[in-house]
Write a protein that binds this ligand. Structure first.
Ligand SMILES: [Zn+2]
Length: 292
């Protein structure tokens, strides 16, 4: 399935290519610092779009965000992927989903993607970097430059050298083939892709986690990856996910983002928020809330 995202300001179009959307894990599995009654008291915890109370499951999505600018087509985050050997996570293991058909239904060809950008290198953000072809993993997007933040690549390359099974082994099938094909481009964490489109460092979820900032005529939108995982974190930015490398830094990044976008009309597009996904932030006496 693919879906339009709220009209971004300026010349940018955004679509989600949805690999998964639905009830997933319990809130305290994702957000271990959130006591259940406090989670259920947030606006998101009371909203059936974001929390299934009878089964105690948060509603989550995995989607890639396709951004079309006047100059280029950029795919941000490539989800879990098919045929990936992930025995420690049954939800990720040997998937056979229709992501590529859904991608093609956007009208954009795989060969038209100019840039693939992974906000960070966890296994659910790099999967469709590659596809299995004649027993080999090859880049899914044959013409794309795969932009990779320098801090993130340096961290994981060192860590994987010591333990290749980190991140469910995704470096071997989803990253190394991109380097082998000569399509990996390691860039600064604040790299400008083109005028008005740049990376913004947001370390915390991982050491080199980045967001993408789109600006036109003073109007800004952000594609934020896993800087937030669930809408409850808008009200409670201090709740970092279980999957965050440094919970404190992650909370600081989230708080900084919320302060930067609150009351500005900026659109924020996270990697795991279910429909409607894009949101704007308002401030109030006690913090922040979603305007939508
Ligand atoms: Zn993620």
């Amino acid at each position: 399935m693919s879906a339009n995202i709220a009209d971004l300001p300026g010349p940018f179009a955004a679509r989600r290519v949805i690999e998964f959307e639905g009830p997933y894990i319990a809130p305290d599995v994702l957000l271990p610092d959130a006591p259940l009654p406090e989670f259920q008291a947030t606006r998101a915890g009371r909203d059936p779009r974001f929390y299934k109370r009878d089964t105690n499951q948060i509603i989550m999505a995995n989607h890639g965000v396709l951004i079309i600018t006047p100059r280029s087509k950029i795919l941000i985050d490539t989800c879990i992927g098919n045929n990936k050997h992930r025995p420690r996570n049954p939800h990720w293991h040997m998937r056979t989903g229709p992501f590529l058909d859904d991608f093609k239904a956007t009208g954009v060809k795989l060969s038209e993607i100019d840039y693939v950008l992974c906000t960070h290198l966890h296994g659910d953000h790099v999967g469709w970097n590659t596809v299995l072809q004649d027993g080999r993993w090859v880049p899914t997007f044959p013409r794309a430059k795969y932009l990779l933040g320098r801090t993130e690549v340096t961290f994981w390359r060192d860590a994987i050298a010591k333990d290749p099974e980190l991140n469910h082994g995704s470096w071997g099938d989803s990253m190394q083939p991109i380097f082998d094909a000569g399509q990996a481009v390691v860039v600064d964490d604040d790299h400008e892709i083109e005028p008005g489109v740049r990376l913004v460092p947001a370390p915390g979820h991982t050491p080199g986690n980045v967001m993408i900032r789109l600006e036109h005529g003073g109007q800004v939108s952000y594609v934020i990856g896993d800087t937030m995982h669930h809408p409850a974190q808008i009200e409670r930015p201090e709740w970092s996910s279980k999957f965050c490398w440094d919970k404190n830094l992650s909370a600081i990044a989230r708080d900084g983002l919320l302060k930067a976008v609150a009351d500005t009309g900026a659109w924020v597009i996270p990697a795991h928020f279910p429909t409607p996904t894009a949101l704007r932030i308002e401030s109030h006496a006690h913090g922040f809330c979603s305007a939508g």
